[in-house]
Design a protein around this ligand. Sequence first.
Ligand SMILES: NC(=O)c1ccc[n+]([C@@H]2O[C@H](COP(=O)([O-])OP(=O)(O)OC[C@H]3O[C@@H](n4cnc5c(N)ncnc54)[C@H](O)[C@@H]3O)[C@@H](O)[C@H]2O)c1
Length: 289
Amino acid sequence: MKVEDIRTVGVLGAGSMGAGIAQVAAQAGFQVKVVDVGDAVWARARKTIAGSMERMVKKEKITADQMKEALDRIGFSTDVGTMKGVPFLFEAVFEDVDVKKELFGKLDAVCGDDAIYATNTSSISITEMASMVKRPARFVGMHFFNPVPMMALVEVIPAMQTEKATTDLALAMAAKLGKTAITCKDTPGFVLNRLLIPYMIDAVRLLEAGVASAEDIDKAMKLGAGMPMGPFELMDFTGVEISYLVGEMFYKYTKEPRFAAPGLLRNMVKAGYLGRKTGRGFYDYSEKK
Ligand SMILES: NC(=O)c1ccc[n+]([C@@H]2O[C@H](COP(=O)([O-])OP(=O)(O)OC[C@H]3O[C@@H](n4cnc5c(N)ncnc54)[C@H](O)[C@@H]3O)[C@@H](O)[C@H]2O)c1
């Protein structure tokens, strides 16, 4: 199968990542079939997609007609059965191995022998996931970044069982979606998170040790290292719990102390100081501020 032969793609999960993947796939000309658990989720996802496209129209990156056509190419259902005959499926459901396993069981019952499954998991082993499906040779990791329409990178991660044709197709698919792909081995964190998570955790260690304030650490990395956001701004933006949970997951697999969460990070998660979305993280986003 070549990417030029693919007309329709499936997207499982319409959360932050699934909605973004559905959007870039529709904009690349694919018919997109989305499945999630409820219509309310889809109403929210569709609003997100339309809002993102509207901003692109305003910036004259796409026309209003292109926006309408792309939106019309996306269909939604709560029924996994709609994935019958779909040749390329992106999985972006909750980061929970049992949820993913159950979903792949359902997909195996309806999808054809040639169907490719591309998981967007950030922290579960691709090889472990491939072992859950009927045709592990057609299973691959395609790790997108949030927000998907904005972020140019995709990490393509073959499982131990993945055949070369599947990896090649994933690379061609990434290019078709307008992304730049890198390939990497199936190891915790792949490339980006393997570097980024310890960086953020180390920033928390500096703060905890009283070396400098969050503001000054952020300033140092922005003004001295040219980072667009400092580590604390970044954690508040992505969700403080992500660094904690992903770090702990990597620590569980590798036992490398650089992934282990410092007490301050753990306590912030326990206190619900998760960043922008809760109004407080390393910075205060409450209205009075
Ligand atoms: N958020 C990020 O920054 C980010 C970045 C890269 C990769 N990822 C990965 O992408 C995946 C999704 O993450 P997210 O942030 O979009 O999560 P999310 O919580 O925003 O969305 C997950 C969606 O999956 C749906 N879902 C759950 N069970 C389902 C099922 N059985 N069938 C269909 N839909 C189901 C939920 O209703 C929800 O809408 C995870 O594997 C995560 O590790 C996330």
